[in-house]
Design a binder for this molecule. Structure first.
Ligand code: GSH
Length: 241
């Protein structure tokens, strides 16, 4: 394992909003708690002390398909951020933006080229491999109450196996410090666990998962992430019957 790292505090003062960096903070955040990419942004915002006006956007009720929402985000995905007229979607781009704009330093997204490249590799892995394979497995169950497909579960577990290798001798997803890669990956891995994937089969992922959950307790892990996981896990288990 690399250096044991003490959980950093990213706000200027614990529990105090980062108002000096955003004097006229007026950030709208469109989200739905069961959605993993929404949860990663909410955890990070809490870690940074960034206050957001939370706008519940139920994709089940079609709130993401209204003309108003489509004007903000033609791709009709959640999450979407509107920071005083600056509109951004794609959760990992939002994670990066929040750190660049509001963090007290670059520890959550290091600027040094090689460290930054590893953070990006983990983020792209989450966006392009891990999360899509999870969606391929859980999507047909959630949308069409289909029987869970073992082959799709196998594909997702193969990706978890890759993550397990990345995490060999690593404390955090991208090395010795907590970064935005941990925020992205925890929302995916915790969602998998909530729908019944056995994370304990992947010892490095399991150890990182416990460590990251502990580190994020102060960032609303229970109220935000666990609450969203409980909803999606319940929906999956109901529909998979
Ligand atoms: N890569 C995107 C994925 C966003 C996404 O697909 N979100 C889902 C909910 S988890 C969604 O908005 N689905 C509704 C739709 O695509 O119309 C991100 O990370 O923000």
């Amino acid at each position: 394992m690399e250096n044991e790292t003490i959980t950093p505090v990213f706000t200027k003062e614990k529990g105090v909003d980062n108002k000096d960096k955003m004097p006229n903070s007026n950030i709208d955040f469109y989200y739905f708690l069961p959605s993993p990419p929404c949860r990663s942004v909410m955890l990070l915002a809490k870690a940074l002390g960034v206050q957001m006006n939370q706008k519940i956007t139920s994709i089940l009720a079609g709130d993401n398909m209204t003309p108003e929402y489509l004007r903000l985000n033609p791709q009709h995905t959640i999450p979407t951020l509107n920071d005083n007229g600056f509109i951004l979607f794609e959760s990992r781009a939002i994670l990066q933006y929040l750190v660049d704009q509001y963090a007290k330093d670059d520890s959550l997204s290091p600027k040094e080229a090689k460290k930054a490249a590893i953070v990006n590799q983990r983020l792209y892995f989450d966006a392009c491999t891990l999360m899509p394979r999870l969606v391929q497995y859980m999507g047909p169950v959630l949308r069409h109450a289909q029987t869970p497909d073992k082959e799709k579960l196998g594909n997702f577990e193969e990706a978890l196996g890759y993550l397990d290798e990345f995490l060999e001798n690593q404390t955090w997803a991208a090395g010795s410090q907590l970064t935005i890669a941990d925020f992205a990956l925890i929302s995916t891995v915790s969602t998998a666990e909530a729908i019944g994937v056995d994370i304990s089969k992947f010892p490095n992922v399991n150890a990182w998962f416990q460590r990251t959950k502990n580190a994020m307790t102060g960032f609303g892990y229970e109220e935000i992430n666990q609450a969203g996981c409980a909803i999606i896990g319940g929906m999956f288990k109901n529909k998979a019957k």
